[in-house]
Write a protein that binds this ligand. Structure first.
Ligand SMILES: [Ca+2]
Length: 213
């Protein structure tokens, strides 16, 4: 038994009098509490957060959050029930847990209460972060031959982002095509998502030909 190992109290105080009669840890707890002598409670309990205490999670519209939880033991090494707040594990609307679909900083709290002892608590800080660039793609061909003397309508580009979803509306286009002057023009499409990640720029060349003048 752990109590015997740490040399505090007697085996009788922390567990069954006969060490050969193994009893569940919870039974030992109850016996201690009822007896009014709680050597296990007099020793500090410990709570350990599983996984990373400062955890960065990649933002993704398709992700779900799964909390690694925590474990706790009393001063004698007996397992304690760990309660959590905002872990996403509790069926309470106000405790949805970290949302991996939305960038932000979230806190998950854990605590355990040994019978007759002091509670122990810890917090996990979860940062949902968008660190991935959006995907940018051209609509239409990368090289277009355009007949002079009629307006050129750019087919544009489209973009999606794992965290922010469709981002075609914020693509930045530079470069003009003069549809009334022969030549080869370059149009460039760039995009930075709200997380500050820059997509690989794309270009299109437009060749204006056959001007009547
Ligand atoms: Ca992104």
């Amino acid at each position: 038994m752990a109590c015997g190992a740490v040399g505090l109290g007697s085996l009788a105080a922390c567990g069954p009098a006969d060490a050969t009669e193994a009893a569940p840890a919870s039974t030992a707890h109850t016996a201690d509490a009822l007896a009014g002598e709680a050597p296990c409670a007099s020793l500090p309990a410990t709570l350990t957060v599983n996984g990373e205490v400062n955890w960065t999670v990649e933002c993704s519209a398709s992700a779900t959050y799964s909390d690694p939880g925590a474990v706790a033991v009393d001063g004698c090494g007996n397992a304690l029930t760990v309660h959590s707040y905002n872990s996403g594990q509790n069926p309470t609307p106000r405790e949805p847990g970290p949302n991996p679909k939305v960038e932000g900083d979230y806190a998950v709290s854990y605590w355990a209460q040994p019978p007759g002892g002091h509670a122990v608590a810890a917090t996990r800080w979860v940062k949902v972060d968008d660190r991935t660039a959006p995907t940018l793609s051209l609509k239409g061909a990368a090289h277009i031959v355009h007949t002079c003397n009629r307006p050129f309508v750019d087919p544009g580009a489209e973009a999606t982002d794992a965290c922010y979803g469709p981002l075609s509306h914020v693509i930045w286009r530079t470069g003009e095509v003069n549809a009334w002057a022969e030549g080869t023009y370059t149009v460039t499409y760039t995009l930075t998502d709200p997380g500050g990640n820059v997509a690989t720029p794309l270009t299109r060349t437009v060749e204006v030909v056959d001007c009547p003048w």
